[in-house]
Design a protein around this ligand. Structure first.
Ligand code: SAM
Length: 273
């Protein structure tokens, strides 16, 4: 691939990415295209961005998925940022338990390789050991746009290096078992989670209603307009009194007044009014 990307080529790719998945690269980020697509384009024998756009516009859906996969940031870890999972345990699950909700529904939107969804499930599992009658039918929907990430998430299998990121030894012993060359999340934690491909740009009215939505560290890449539209749809997808947990740098833009802001240890989270 030639690494010279004209301003017009950059704009065309930029707009294509924003339309496809909401991600806004911002001005002059040509280096992101070259660094992230280099290998993929070499394998596909594509040597200019103009050629790439031609293939994408011709409806090459496999290439489209690969390009989106390569351009998205999949960074994640177990119990990322800690506090949201403490809030889940001490505030949200306690609230649902006191309201006698037997079958809470939770959603990890933009779940990457599954660590967030399984961390949620581990918190529920641990809550249930303290209160054995609670949440027999809890379910977690985990979605992402990246099919590659979803494949790993569904396998529930991780190498030691991945396990080291955010898991205590106690949780590792409690919730994982050796599997092939790595470790697999145990059935009890795994069976509560189902994975599904979903682009947050699309409608999600058919997913059902949730007691709690985690959508962290993805809206930050979207335009203000796209963020506001997604947060509004989250509001619709929440049950009355449901909770929205965003990333530390994200807020329910455009829908502030429809949520009650709550704070724990400097972390802001939101409850549907
Ligand atoms: C940085 S990861 C965050 C993972 C996890 N929520 C966390 O906080 O650790 C962002 C994820 O958002 C996904 N993503 C990006 N654009 C998306 C879209 N339009 N719809 C759904 N998922 C998207 C990416 O594939 C990636 O897995």
């Amino acid at each position: 691939m030639s690494f010279k990307i004209s301003a017009a080529e950059y704009q065309e790719f930029h707009d294509y990415l924003e339309d496809s998945c909401g991600i806004v690269l911002g001005p002059n980020r040509q280096y992101l295209i070259t660094s992230r697509l280099h290998t993929l384009l070499r394998h596909a024998a594509i040597d200019t961005v103009a050629h790439l756009m031609e293939r994408l516009r011709s409806g090459d859906s496999r290439l489209r998925v690969e390009v989106i996969d390569a351009m998205t940031t999949n960074e994640t870890s177990w119990f990322r940022d800690t506090v949201p999972f403490e809030v889940l345990d001490h505030v949200i699950l306690e609230d649902l338990y006191s309201r006698k909700v037997q079958d809470p529904t939770l959603w990890s939107a933009a779940c990457s390789s599954g660590q967030e969804a399984y961390s949620i499930s581990m918190v529920i599992e641990e809550f249930m050991t303290r209160r054995p009658m609670a949440f027999r039918n809890a379910s977690i929907l985990a979605t992402d746009i990246s099919t590659k990430m979803l494949d790993q998430a569904r396998s529930a299998t991780y190498g030691s290096a991945q396990l080291d990121r955010g898991l205590t030894v106690k949780r590792r012993m409690l919730h994982f078992e050796p599997f092939e060359t790595g470790y697999r999340v145990k059935d009890k934690v795994r069976n509560r989670v189902r994975f599904r491909e979903l682009n947050l740009q699309q409608e999600f009215a058919t997913l059902g209603k949730f007691d709690c939505i985690f959508c962290r560290n993805v809206l930050i890449y979207f335009s203000t307009t796209a963020r506001a539209a997604i947060v509004e749809r989250f509001w619709n997808a929440l049950k009355p009194g449901g909770y929205l947990l965003l990333g530390g740098a994200e807020s329910p833009i455009g829908s502030h007044t429809r949520f009650q802001s709550m704070i724990e240890n400097k972390y802001l989270y939101y409850k549907k009014k």
